[in-house]
Design a protein around this ligand. Sequence first.
Ligand code: IPM
Ligand code: MG
Length: 353
Amino acid sequence: MPKIAILPGDGIGQEIVPEALKVLRAVLGDKIKEYDIQEYLVGGAAIDRSGKALPPETLKACQEADAVLLGAMGGPKWDNLPADERPERGALLPLRKELGLYANIRPVKMIPALISASTLKEHVVQNVDLVVIRELTGGIYFGEKGRKSNPPAAYDLLYYTEEEIRRILKIAFETAQARKKKLCSVDKANVLESSRFWREIAEDMAKDYPEVELTHMYVDNAAMQLIRYPEQFDVMVTENMFGDILTDLASMLGGSIGMLASASMNGKKGLYEPAHGSAPDIAGQNKANPLAIILSAAMMLRFTFGLEQQAARVEQAVRKVLDQGYRTGDLAGPQEKIIGTREMGDAVVAALR
Ligand code: IPM
Ligand code: MG
């Protein structure tokens, strides 16, 4: 029986996960009984109950699962814990590492109904359709880190093996091959040795993908180009931290970070989560936008379970509710009526019928 581990986590994670489950039930119908779907504790919620952000039973369940659907982790309540015990470094990063989820895929596509929700001008964002492939288990996030006392200092090492770079570039080339065949590798090769190494490997691999047009761009320029002329991008691939920063930036090209879905993959196995955080400021108020996790669930249907048709139906339903004018607070313009998290989930379910 295919297994899905559900990790609601903290803050709005608790509110958006039930909406994604509603949508999964609606799109899978009776077939949902063929899946083993169970919830586990993670993040601050797990710290409160068990003292650990990633309890061993949660890790084990995620290791055994085919897919993990995650809400969000963290919040002010746990911010003052030692760094390694906090939800981010105590659960999210170890989960990525332990499950070997080295490829993070974040698609950004402008949904016409949301053009006015973007803070950028219409002609800039109207044709945005790009995907950022972020290396997720290496680089500066996972390199050696530490403190020194005399003189007081701190360091984080940006370290990549050739194998780590090759496997993420392979995903990027293949993704580009299946799309518009344009791959932009983002680095800081004018300064960083790891980036020069990355570039050499990308050039070497390009020979195996003659149809894909490979370009390189410095990360600072990429940030500028993303808001200047985002249409130029098809697939972007980059180091862990560069990807973290660029994907938040790129999310606004699709209207709101509340729309940005994300898949973290290791082969067919994946952890699916919205790219936004736990939003403690609006948590528990039925205000959060559930569409990013609903779209993440669609990616799960497609990438892990090969259910392309069902995934496309969910994506169509999301477009339909937006066309119909349903808006959560993050998407609403000044004159637009705002609906709640549950109402948005219900609207997607209705649109699936
Ligand atoms: C993301 C988040 C995480 C990251 C945080 C919560 C550790 O910002 O998934 O982009 O930096 O990877
Ligand atoms: Mg981030």
